[in-house]
Design a protein around this ligand. Structure first.
Ligand code: FES
Ligand SMILES: [Fe+2]
Length: 460
């Protein structure tokens, strides 16, 4: 029996290997994490007109998201209230209603049952249609990015994002126009636990130089120096890592936003013109982030690379498999040519046949499947890199780590993971709002470091 309350040790910064393997752990994740968190659904640009819809997943549940006739967003479970058949098998489209293929029940774009065949003749007009709407799901949008939540007691999407929203605004607002996603998403199956890619995106600057050495050699440029972890680099000066209250986090490499793009004339021009506008709109700290390359995860299972601009959801399919969906982020105010260039470059590096992404597949799969061995599975995984070299920062909210190569964001992700896994409800989680960062005890890390730097500069 796995002890759910001991999966993560926030003191020693270790996690039980069972988190990648055990069915009971997975079942609890479905209930406590996917049942309670805001999960990414789509972008509003794919639901512009009344009647537009997309189908997607929330963990293993199939859902339909629509732009209803009154202009509002709606989301509901894609399963008929008659005998449970899935109602819509299209990826996207525009419709007045959804008709179940089995016996023909008809649902409107807000999930209400509006008609059934033979209602008078065979149901004798006694069917209570009002009680047979599709199961509805909370749906909210942040800067056009649409999320759904099964839990009525969960905080608003904005509160769930918390400080992470401040960071997201860097490019979701940017100079003012913001960003959108280009679909349809690429989709593929990978035989790994959903947390392996999530943790990789949230906080793994470490693997880049090793796993992606050959791709970096070929690319050269700003990131070429990372290949093989050979170069003498002042890692503490090249970026930071961040984690936040609800497990969202990222690492940033300064001045490297578009470094993965082999062809980038339009994007480079766009960045040059836009960075000063971002500074004006959002201030210097975020203008600096705007020009950095980010690896990120929005808790629990939505990851993206800002700069490279791939945007992914890792839909779990049991503890040992995921379905990966990938879109491309583009700034709305880019030229059409610039957008096309970004889409090509993002897909080339991090699409299904991505020159970097395909390096990672084996790491994801093997880190999961190795746990088939019961002796292997005993024991813990380590995420202690840079522990203690992190704390509150004067410019950046959340907990900020000293370098983009470190495991601050791993620690923050698994800290919240454990909190959700052991909490009985959102009230339990809210009760911890003031104390969540206690496991990052070096409160004065940045104060001391900045003071030391200033003293050093004065001495020179
Ligand atoms: S199962 Fe949908 S109409 Fe019967
Ligand atoms: Fe990678």
């Amino acid at each position: 029996m796995v002890d759910i309350n001991k999966l993560v040790d926030t003191k020693s910064s270790t996690q039980s290997k069972e988190v990648f393997w055990d069915q009971e752990v997975y079942d609890r994740e479905i209930k406590n994490i996917f049942g309670r968190s805001w999960l990414f659904l789509t972008h509003e640009c794919m639901l512009e007109k009344k009647g537009d819809f997309i189908t997607t997943k929330m963990a293993e549940d199939s859902v339909i998201v629509t732009r209803h006739t009154d202009g509002s967003l709606k989301a509901f479970v894609n399963s008929c209230t008659h005998r449970g058949n899935s109602i819509c098998t299209a990826d996207s489209g525009n419709t007045k209603s959804f008709v179940c293929n089995y016996h023909g029940w008809v649902f409107s774009t807000d999930g209400k049952l509006v008609d059934v065949p033979l209602r008078e003749k065979c149901y004798h007009d006694e069917l209570d249609r009002d009680s047979l709407s599709l199961k509805t799901i909370r749906v909210e949008s942040y800067r056009g990015f649409v999320f759904g939540c099964f839990d009525e007691t969960a905080p608003s999407l904005e509160d769930f994002l918390g400080d992470w929203g401040w960071y997201l605004d860097t490019w979701m607002v940017g100079a003012g126009e913001g960003a959108e996603l280009v679909g349809p998403p690429m989709k593929s199956i990978l035989k790994c636990n959903w947390k392996v890619p999530t943790e990789n995106f949230v906080g793994d600057g470490y693997h880049v130089g090793w796993t992606h050495a050959s791709a970096l050699h070929v690319l050269g440029g700003e990131l070429g120096g990372l290949a093989g972890n050979q170069a003498e680099m002042p890692f503490d000066e090249l970026g930071i890592q961040v984690t936040t209250r609800h497990g969202h986090g990222f690492g940033v490499i300064d001045n490297a936003a578009i470094a993965i793009h082999a062809k980038r004339d339009e994007y480079a021009k766009y960045m040059e013109e836009t960075i000063p506008k971002v500074a004006e709109n959002l201030g210097e700290p975020r203008a600096k982030l705007f020009n950095g390359h980010w690896n990120c995860s929005t808790f629990p299972n939505c990851s993206f690379l800002y700069g490279t601009n791939i945007f992914k959801v890792w839909h779990p399919r049991g503890p040992h498999e995921i379905e990966v969906w990938s879109w491309v982020i583009v700034h709305k105010d880019m030229s059409d040519e610039g957008k096309r260039e970004v889409v090509k470059q993002a897909a080339r590096s991090f699409g299904t046949a991505g020159t970097l992404e395909s390096d990672d597949g084996d790491n994801m799969v093997q880190s999961t499947q190795v746990n088939r061995g019961s002796y292997t599975r005993e024991g813990a995984m380590n995420s202690t890199m840079g522990q203690g070299y992190e704390g509150e920062h004067p410019d950046y909210p959340g907990i900020v780590g000293s370098s983009f190569i470190g495991e601050t964001s791993y620690r923050g992700f698994y800290r919240f993971y454990q909190e959700m896994m052991s909490a009985d409800s959102w009230d339990d989680i809210r009760a911890n709002d003031e104390h969540w960062a206690d496991c990052f005890p070096n409160k004065n890390y940045w104060k001391d470091r900045i003071a030391a730097k200033a003293a050093e500069a004065e001495g020179e």
